[in-house]
Design a protein around this ligand. Structure first.
Ligand code: MG
Length: 397
């Protein structure tokens, strides 16, 4: 089998990859909805793919993997990797999880990072009210993640929140020492959320990046009585193209609250220091940034050897990305916690794919399906009307 073409259409906001072959089998992959600008980057790799056998996934990846980087520039390679597995699974007549080593679990736990209701403000009451809505969501999420501190609007909206100057431009650019008032405000918001969740639903907190080490330790120590599931990306993370493993290790050793990072990191090599130094308790690579499904599985295995847990990022990964996450999560060792559940946006995404369960999430779990490949297909007749003019040939070939 040989690859004949690599296409990329921006459907909704998600760059969607379609690889065609001379055997009439095609494979789909996807990049985050936050990255509609990726199309030319995806197409750059076409010259290295055409003519290759897509079922030798690793051999194909060796041709392109080096030509990428931390978020957002690992996304194109990651989406291509996912599409290669889709083809390999379809060609073999087996679900992707079989090719990744076989499933360890029949259903996978997901956490809520994307089912959201508008926040009225940033007071503790606002956080409590919003958390009550998420707790009542029909997916019955076992874990809910909420943004606080520099990952939320607090830096610009809460008076005297920190000593730095508010930075505009790309999201989450603020960094600096919190005022005592700012730190107390964050803690009060977390307490308000916990008062809603009790011990029925776990609370994870996406915090930064931008926290200083002392503020992170002060926050973590104050939250120790609340059994928070994890503090994500405090000093570093998100879109920062570096790791800071030593800084994270100081924080992790200072508190019993689990420390989490990794959504921006590309490739296993860039997780090495974080894992070998046991610098965090939980890693959260995103399959659409880290280099794909096999890369994510490898990192889960290596983390497990070092006593580190796994909670993959995924909120913007779209419905094809959701399928990839289900297969990858099915094969991870028992250090797997849950992945961040992505939504189809706009809503019509649910009409243009087939193969997902209905409802998708029940009691915070998704049952692993057995259809070949990723097991989720775009329906050309229904999807065509949402294609941009420049992508009219997306389903050809
Ligand atoms: Mg995050």
């Amino acid at each position: 089998m040989k690859i004949t073409d690599l296409k990329c259409a921006i459907i909704g906001q998600n760059p969607t990859v379609r690889i065609t072959t001379d055997a009439g089998i095609c494979g789909y992959g996807q990049a985050e909805s936050a990255k509609p600008y990726l199309k030319p980057h995806v197409l750059f790799y076409k010259q290295y793919l055409v003519g290759e056998d897509p079922t030798n996934v690793e051999r194909v990846m060796l041709r392109i993997r080096r030509m990428a980087s931390f978020k957002p520039w690992g996304s194109a390679v990651s989406a291509i990797e996912m599409a290669l597995w889709d083809i390999a699974g379809k060609a073999a007549g087996v679900p992707v999880y079989k090719l990744l080593g076989g499933k360890v679990r029949d259903s996978v736990l997901v956490y809520n990072g994307g089912v959201r209701f508008p926040m009225k403000g940033h007071t503790p009451e606002d956080y409590a009210e919003n958390m009550a809505l998420m707790k009542a969501s029909p997916e019955k999420f076992a874990i809910i993640k909420q943004a606080i501190g520099f990952h939320s609007g607090m830096a610009g909206k809460v008076p005297d929140f920190f000593y730095g100057e508010v930075v505009g431009g790309a999201p989450h650019g603020n960094r600096g020492l919190l005022t005592e008032r700012g730190l107390k405000h964050v803690i009060a918001c977390v307490e308000a959320m916990k008062s809603v969740l009790g011990d029925e639903v776990g609370l994870a907190l996406d915090c930064g990046p931008g926290w200083t080490v002392p503020d992170t330790i002060r926050l973590a120590k104050a939250l120790e009585p609340y059994n928070i599931l994890w503090l994500e990306d405090t000093v570093n993370g998100d879109y920062n193209p570096y790791v800071l493993a030593d800084v994270y290790r100081d924080i992790t050793l200072s508190t019993s609250v689990p420390i989490h990072t990794g959504e921006q990191i590309y490739l296993r090599q860039n997780f090495r220091e974080l894992i070998e130094k046991q610098a965090v308790n939980i890693v959260g690579p995103d399959p659409e940034d880290v280099g794909g499904l096999a890369e994510l599985k490898w990192i889960a295995e290596y983390a497990d050897l070092h006593g580190i847990l796994m909670a993959p990022h995924g909120v913007f990964d779209g419905l094809i990305g959701l399928a990839g996450l289900v297969h990858a999560a099915a094969v991870m060792p028992q250090n797997y916690i849950a992945f961040e559940y992505p939504l189809g946006k706009p809503d019509w995404w649910y009409e243009i794919v087939e193969g997902l369960p209905n409802p998708i999430v029940q009691d915070s779990r998704i049952t692993v399906w057995d259809r070949p490949g990723l097991g989720v297909e775009l329906i050309p007749d229904k999807a065509e009307k949402y294609l941009r003019d420049e992508d009219r040939d997306f389903f050809d070939g």
